[in-house]
Design a protein around this ligand. Structure first.
Ligand code: ADP
Ligand code: MG
Length: 695
């Protein structure tokens, strides 16, 4: 049985086992760091108190941490308990008030006796022109001060949690960490001039200057590298396992594909053909396919997926395609169905909405193999969905699914090939962390005849001009999307905003305006989408539900309100809804000023380029990896120590390292292998270790 090594046990206990951490504090610390001791280790200081910085009172800067030697002058005890207790202090340059809310008189008089000298340390604030220090972190005598370390880390906090409590908790956690067997290659450590894990950990928690907080210090790099190596190794193990499980060549006759290609009203692009060849080769080999098909919005991934599925059908097996939303699943179905019909191939759609007889009917045909292609949402995961012989699973818009879901679908077939499609171009660095060394096909050339999209940026106080312009375009037969402001964390508010805009536009525009948002029921949504598709509506007011994949080639105008609130990837996705037909398209980004630096940069990039890969790289640069895809839904690992916007090179090195390790020691059985198992457990990649033979 795979088990976490004993040496790590002390790190995987609850934080309430720490001194000074009771139930109340536990909740607060957990909010900042996490529930376990190890989570505290990964919570690195974000600041540093420098006690060597000891200004005199008038030299202390507003908002800065300072350690000041003062003489206690006078206690101002408030009558009204809501007024803070003040202790006036001085040095030869001036006076400073120490401020205590609900201060305890007895206590304060004992630690701050009038006439004596004390050293106080904390944040200095100017209030009505006078310096004051509210709740000093330390009040010490000269002797006590001499015992204090000259530097102290500053940790992230949450309301109700003090620096002192947090620092004490983390300090104890670090003390519990034992020296662990070295999992890094000795020559690599030497070359990087890195210390062992424990020394690096301690150093990272003992900053001695602001420069110690730099993610590129040797200590922080070492820790980041450990995390990245754990990530790459875990992915490598999963991948090796999946490949090992396979052993079934799929080789279609090409007959069905020929029929479909003949029925297409267009030529396949060069990169579509190349992707097809790569997929065919994977499927024909007796290893399991694990390939990602990356392509910008509108680059034509769906047809490639269909051809890959037909390859399986020709070989007598089944295929499935899974999309993240009902709208998308339906749309795939509508694109694929007529083509499949042209080739005489049966196909069905299964969503969460299908119940009872319809659902039972589909499931029966899926189970007896008489239905070759099934398209659906995550409803495909459900246990009662059993294929007779699923040879290929296509997963669309992958980043919306978690790793587990992905594995669940491929687990529906014994030797199922997996093709992952993503419309969000993901920078190489990120694909590595999400997918490991997944094989990669890219659709980089746009289908012939596509016109560039003209993108403009405008302040939202010109709304009336915008509406007037839109009216002209509608009169000339255009169809437009109008995307409404995104209100953070509140779908309900998003919807209200969209409804309001919908009413406003319905009243001001001479046109047929529709509304679609995430709160609507499936059939309702479909009806609106359908009306927009057929042109019965010519303006579609929407929240971001239209973000991914929706395909209405006749729509040529995209208006996005409060564009500054969207991330680059999202803006790019939204813009990709237009420019899909042969008419010129435009995208208008409305913003509420004044814009911050990042928002300004984002809008500028949108104006300058349509290249999704370039946009994704810029996005990573501007925001760091955590936010890129909206971490929570992304299934992307959240790194605690590594920051891909600065540690990109380390990631590449970790990837190479992992490949080499698994080549030499695929079951991690050597001495280093054993240490690497500890590393995997340390970073909670238990699943990966369990995949090992003698895990
Ligand atoms: P994606 O899923 O990559 O966003 P789709 O597969 O939905 O793109 O394709 C977008 C549109 O482009 C569809 O209407 C599709 O029929 C069309 N299309 C796909 N391939 C080509 C091509 N080679 N030439 C012209 N149009 C194409
Ligand atoms: Mg698509």
């Amino acid at each position: 049985m795979a088990q976490r090594p004993d040496i790590l046990f002390p790190l995987f206990v609850q934080i309430r086992t720490l001194k000074g951490v009771g139930p109340r504090i536990e909740k607060l610390v957990e909010r900042v760091a996490g529930p376990k001791i190890v989570d505290l280790l990964w919570t690195l200081p974000t600041g540093v108190i420098d006690r060597s910085h000891r200004p005199q009172i008038t030299a202390a800067q507003d908002g800065a941490l300072a350690t000041i030697t003062v003489r206690v002058e006078q206690h101002q005890v408030p009558r009204n308990p809501r007024v803070p207790y003040r202790v006036r202090c001085s040095d030869e340059t001036g006076v400073i008030d120490l401020v205590f809310f609900r201060g305890d008189k007895k206590y304060l008089q004992s630690v701050l006796p009038v006439g004596e000298t004390r050293i106080v340390s904390g944040k200095v604030d100017y209030y009505r022109g006078e310096p004051q220090m509210t709740h000093p972190d330390h009040i010490l005598t000269e002797e006590e001060f001499a015992d204090l370390p000259p530097y102290e880390p500053v940790y992230p906090l949450t309301a109700g949690l003090t620096q002192k409590t947090m620092a004490k908790a983390v300090g104890q956690a670090v003390d519990r960490a034992a020296d662990l067997p070295e999992w890094q290659d000795a020559s690599w450590l030497k070359q990087q001039d890195w210390q062992n894990w424990l020394a690096a950990l301690r150093e990272a928690h003992q900053p001695e200057a602001l420069s110690s907080l730099d993610p590129l210090t040797p200590a922080r790099q070492r820790l980041a590298y450990d995390e990245l190596l754990a990530n790459q190794l875990a992915l490598g193990l999963v991948r090796a396992r999946m490949k090992r499980l396979s052993g079934r060549p799929i080789k279609g006759t090409g007959e069905l594909r020929r029929k479909v290609i003949a029925a297409l009203p267009f030529e396949l692009t060069g990169s579509q053909k190349q992707a097809m060849e790569e997929i065919d080769a994977d499927m024909a080999s007796d290893l399991r396919m694990l390939r990602m098909l990356q392509g910008d919005v509108g680059s034509g991934k769906t047809i490639v997926a269909l051809l890959a599925m037909l390859n399986a059908v020709e070989a007598g097996a089944q295929a499935a395609i899974m999309a993240p939303t009902e709208i998308l699943a339906r749309q795939h179905y509508e694109t694929v169905q007529p083509l499949a019909e042209a080739a005489g191939v049966g196909i069905a759609l299964l969503t969460g909405r299908d119940k009872g007889k319809v659902r039972d009917g589909i499931l029966t045909h899926v189970a007896d193999g008489s239905l070759p292609i099934l398209i659906g949402t995550h409803a495909l995961f459900q246990e009662d969905v059993a294929f007779k012989d699923l040879a290929i699973a296509v997963v669309d818009e992958q980043h919306r699914f978690g790793v587990h879901q992905r594995l669940a679908l491929s687990g529906k077939g014994q030797l199922t090939d997996v093709l992952v499609m993503t419309a969000t171009p993901i920078p190489r660095t990120l694909t590595l962390t999400i997918y490991g060394d997944m094989d990669n096909s890219q659709l980089r050339d746009k289908p012939a005849g596509r016109k560039p999209i003209e993108t403009r940026v405008m302040p939202s106080d010109r709304l009336e001009d915008v509406i007037a312009h839109l009216q002209k375009a509608l009169d000339a037969g255009a169809r437009a999307y109008w995307v409404c402001p995104l209100v953070e964390d509140s779908e309900a508010l998003d919807v209200t905003a969209a409804e309001e805009r919908y009413r406003h536009l319905s009243a001001t525009l001479k046109g047929k305006v529709g509304l679609v948002h995430g709160r609507m029921k499936g059939p309702e949504k479909d009806e609106v989408m359908h009306d927009f598709q057929t042109g019965r509506l010519n303006v579609l007011v929407a929240t971001t539900v239209i973000e991914v994949g929706v395909n209405v080639p006749e729509a040529t105008i995209m208006i996005i309100e409060d564009a500054e609130r969207f991330g680059l990837a999202q803006l790019h996705q939204l813009r990709g809804r237009v420019g899909r037909g042969d008419k010129p398209s435009s995208c208008l980004l409305l913003y509420q000023g004044p814009l911050g630096e990042t928002a300004k940069a984002r809008l500028k990039i949108m104006r300058e380029t349509e290249d999704g890969f370039k946009i994704a790289e810029e996005d990573l640069r501007l925001r760091g990896s955590g936010e890129l895809l909206g971490t929570r839904q992304s299934g992307m690992p959240v790194f605690r120590l590594a920051d891909l916007s600065v540690h990109g090179e380390l990631l590449a090195a970790a990837r190479d390292d992992a490949v080499m390790i698994l080549q030499k020691d695929p079951e991690l059985e050597s001495d280093r292998g054993a240490a690497l198992r500890t590393l995997l457990y340390l970073f909670e990649r238990d699943e990966a270790v369990k995949r090992l033979r003698s895990g």
